[in-house]
Design a protein around this ligand. Sequence first.
Ligand code: APR
Ligand code: PHB
Length: 391
Amino acid sequence: MRTQVAIVGAGPAGLLLSHLLDLEGVTSVLVECRSAEYVKSRIRAGILESGTVELLKEVGLGDRLSEEALEHRGIYLQWPGERYHLDFVEHAGHPVWVYGQTEMTADLMKARERAGRPAFYQVDDVALHDISGDRPYITFSDAAGRPQRVDAAVIAGCDGFHGPSRRMMPTAGRRTWERTYPFAWLGALAAVPPSTDELIYAWHPNGFALHSMRSPQLSRYYLQVRPDEDINGWSDERIWEELAIRLGHGQDAWSLQTGSIIEKSVLPMRSFVTTPMRHGRLFLAGDAAHIVPPTGAKGLNLAVADVALLARALGAWLRDGSEALAHGYSETALRRVWRCTHFSWWMTTMLHRHGDDFDAQLQLAQLQRVIASEAATKELAENYAGLPIGR
Ligand code: APR
Ligand code: PHB
């Protein structure tokens, strides 16, 4: 089979790239090792920046989003004795939106099916070939076990942190940076209305807690735990008790509504960046090139920003013969990647218990500063609410 862009990985990065390339008049084939059902139901991120929402609407993916996404003006920042509402609209000029990655993935899959763009799910043994030459191709066995080959002008590695694409990049000239945090998140999804109108980020002596949501009936919670935490030690009762302690702020009659927990798991926290994001005819996008800890809600938005740039660059190259944007892709994308890497690291280190009591006092001093100073509030708001896409 021949196409212009062979896309490895059908997560949000790969699916959106195939959609945007279609609009650029560029053909693509998607290759994914999991089943479509698995990809669709994978519970991940939930916050979209305004820039992400605008892009999705512009490219015809906004119908259900406009109906169902919840507009949030800001977040609550909390520590014992204080719950402060930080307003992004006031301080950064735009809100964020609650819309689960599962919903965005479903919209993207539907658009792909409607347009009849080819995709292979449940493939095995994906291998990338000749990425340094002019005729790259990928090989794999399809869901029925038949060997397949896709020849392309370009390969897009959208296969996440564990996929094969990044490992194909030559080591010469390659640099990677990594930070593994000494804590993890226990994530829980519950069929219960949120006990808050907007997200609560809570510093607490027992550890960080986050109250998020997916819809008016579905809440998402996180608790800071040890990296080697055994999920079996966390009964639903223990999760609710700990959430009530950490999310309570001791000021008014606020209480946490409990209910049935649908899913729970422990998620590692790391920062990771590899550069450059291009070698020859292989381009990396999304988690294949970088990981941020989830504290600033940047991972999904970064993946969207990468493929927005990449689609434009590949359109200009493969349709019009101009390679300038493709040459600049890695450098341009990495400016945003490092900004978000810094912001996610900063939010993470400010809000999680680590170190000693001296560190705790520094964190509280920083949190006080964020709400006391217009400049410090604006800095957090602008980073969280997001830069315009395409920069
Ligand atoms: N062959 C084909 N597909 C693969 C392979 C492989 N060998 N290895 C991994 N994949 C697929 C995964 O199954 C997954 O569907 O690549 C896809 C990568 O998707 P994500 O991990 O979601 O990464 P990305 O699309 O870059 O999205 C990043 O989504 O979940 C969040 O935290 C993530 O917010 C970040 C954003
Ligand atoms: C989520 O809802 O999953 C979520 C929200 C905000 C974050 C991280 C995760 O910072």
